[in-house]
Design a protein around this ligand. Sequence first.
Ligand SMILES: [Zn+2]
Length: 84
Amino acid sequence: MKYLVVLAVVAIAFWIWNSKRKDALRERRAAQAPRVPQATVRCAHCGVHVVRQEGVQHDGQWFCSKDHARKGARSPAEHSGASS
Ligand SMILES: [Zn+2]
């Protein structure tokens, strides 16, 4: 009878340890899961890509900063020009 009690305690201890291990595994897997890609927007002034939450929207266009929003969009010709 004594051995049965010891066996039960060991079984319960193992069960608790096992469930904790599963929780840890699940948490680690959740942490490793790829995050939802954040939507990025392209600055209409300098062309840099920024996360939309950090971008500034102005006149239906996105900018990387308030400074560039104030300066406004540059024309494509100006953007690709070598003189800048
Ligand atoms: Zn910019």
